[in-house]
Write a protein that binds this ligand. Structure first.
Ligand code: NAD
Length: 480
């Protein structure tokens, strides 16, 4: 396994890279070893104020920079990111844990998001409405909302910030972003690529610190006009309240999910096993659209579960820097006891562990790919998002029954189904309460497609042309 250096971590404020210099620092841990790999400087209150002031000042010029010129800078940054993949990806693996192949892919996807969204900024069209007043011209224009505060989590440290940064910058907004303190390296590389591509000072600022302190400070700041958050529903609710109190500030909330997978009696079971074994254990299941509640038709349940458990058991788990590893550790120490608690609870209620169910080794935060079958509806894992490598299965026998189960929770982010019936697929499209539905595939999160949830999974889309709406306000001009 090749040794890699992690490097120094900084703040990026008003075009300046700021190191620890007298600031409080926090250890960043490699989840594969449990060892610290770097010290992350926390922003002081003055740093945060400076970042907001820079974003406010830069907004004046950036909003009137043409969409064409904004796109050129963002696309150049995408190229720089791609060129630096071999530098960025190992660092992502070192702080987040995911296998190096997944990290490389994430850098490429992040670059693709920057590219596509930069150009979509050139298509934020308005409308001309036929006026009912003679001689008047009625125009609808779309303008950037203003400086944005962004908060991103630790599971996709490239893709999630890339979505927020690209849509904000392409529409003419500026941003202060706080990545997860646990996985800060990738967002700093995105900022470095933009800086090197010629982004004017202050358009993007990156700050770190205790999450609640930073978010309270930024959301309350007068200069901030919009909040975008990806993370848990509990934190999303807190931030939405703060945003309302601070001045009815606009928010986009990408929150938790608990994705159901409906496997019907006419499904291609081999396809379902192949697609779901990849989707479930990618990033060790720490994915808000991770397939989790497997409702399998009674007639095919045992065949699916045996094959799925076999595929899970065959995965090689290890340090993500080892190219042979197919699943890395969990990203932080909190996830391991969370998995243990959910498995123990399910077993205590009569469920059967088909594979896994245990932590990996004493070093690092490993947990085996786990499949638990015949899990009752009241089990913890059937109700709370595991956010880890845990799949739970239950049986069903009718369409109405499985729809009721699938829609039972207060979440509605991703959903999946396997059926060869066009009629069942069409009925599912109408009946499922979720922001995304993958039928016979897991391709529900692409650069050009809208990504977002319903119910307590949040509101507002990211990605696709819908993703631009979050950063735009509408103005109507009636001109005689
Ligand atoms: P958490 O809810 O404390 O943190 C989730 C993320 O939100 C972290 O990145 C954290 O830095 C950030 N955060 C926390 N409090 C914040 C605040 N007051 N202001 C701004 N940001 C804040 O919990 P956790 O232990 O890191 O993760 C637990 C659960 O969060 C998971 O089980 C999962 O349900 C959810 N989660 C969801 C996503 C997602 O992509 N939707 C990502 C990470 C975690």
């Amino acid at each position: 396994m090749q040794a890699h250096s992690y490097g120094e971590l900084k703040l990026f404020v008003d075009g300046e890279w700021l190191g620890a210099e007298g600031r409080v620092t926090e250890d960043v841990i490699n989840p594969a070893t449990g060892e610290p790999i770097a010290a992350l400087p926390h922003a002081t209150a003055e740093d945060l104020d400076r970042a907001v002031a820079a974003a406010s000042r830069a907004f004046k010029a950036w909003r009137v920079t043409t969409a064409y010129d904004r796109a050129k800078i963002i696309r150049k940054a995408a190229d720089i990111l791609r060129e630096r993949t071999n530098e960025i990806a190992p660092r992502m693996t070192m702080d987040q844990g995911k296998p190096i192949g997944e990290a490389i892919q994430e850098v490429h996807i992040s670059a693709d998001i920057l590219d596509w969204t930069a150009d979509e900024g050139r298509r934020t069209y308005g409308r001309v409405i036929p006026s009912r007043v003679s001689g008047a011209r009625w125009l609808v224009t779309r303008e950037p909302v203003g400086p944005v505060a962004g908060f991103t989590p630790w599971n996709f440290p490239g893709i999630i910030p890339a979505r927020k940064i690209s849509a904000a910058l392409a529409t003419g907004c500026t941003m202060v972003i706080k990545p997860s303190e646990e996985t800060p390296s990738t967002v700093l590389e995105i900022a470095r690529a933009l800086d090197d591509a010629g982004l004017p000072k202050g358009v993007l600022n990156v700050v770190h610190g205790k999450p609640s302190d930073v978010s309270e400070h930024l959301i309350a700041s007068d200069g901030i006009r919009k909040i975008t958050f990806t993370g848990s529903t509990a934190v999303g609710k807190q931030l939405a309240v703060l945003a309302a109190q601070a001045g009815v500030k606009r928010t986009t909330m990408e929150l938790g999910g608990h994705a159901p997978v409906l496997i019907f009696e006419d499904a291609d079971i081999d396809l379902a096993i192949k697609v779901m074994a990849f989707a479930k254990f990618r990033n060790a299941g720490q994915v808000c659209i991770s397939p989790t509640r497997f409702y399998v038709h009674d007639s095919v349940h045992d065949r699916f579960v045996e094959g799925f458990a076999k595929a899970a058991a065959a995965l090689k788990v290890g340090d993500g820097l080892d190219p042979a590893s197919q699943m890395g550790p969990l990203a932080n120490s909190r996830r391991v006891p969370a998995m243990e608690r959910m498995v123990a609870d399910a077993v205590q209620r009569g469920a059967k562990v088909k594979t896994g169910g245990e932590r990996g080794s004493n070093r690092g935060y490993f947990f085996a790919p786990t499949v638990v079958s015949d899990v009752p509806q009241d089990a913890l894992a059937m109700n709370e998002e595991p956010f880890g490598p845990l799949a739970v299965t239950a049986r069903f026998s009718s369409f109405d029954e499985v729809i009721e189960q699938a829609n039972r929770l207060p979440y509605g982010l991703a959903s999946y189904a396997f059926t060869q019936s066009a009629r069942t697929a069409a009925m599912l499209g109408d009946a499922i309460e979720a922001g995304m539905l993958g039928i016979n595939n897991n391709a529900i999160s692409m650069t050009e497609t809208p990504f977002g949830g319903v119910k307590q999974s949040g509101y507002g889309s990211e990605g696709g042309s819908e993703g631009m709406d979050a950063y735009l306000v509408t103005k109507f001009i009636s001109h005689s």
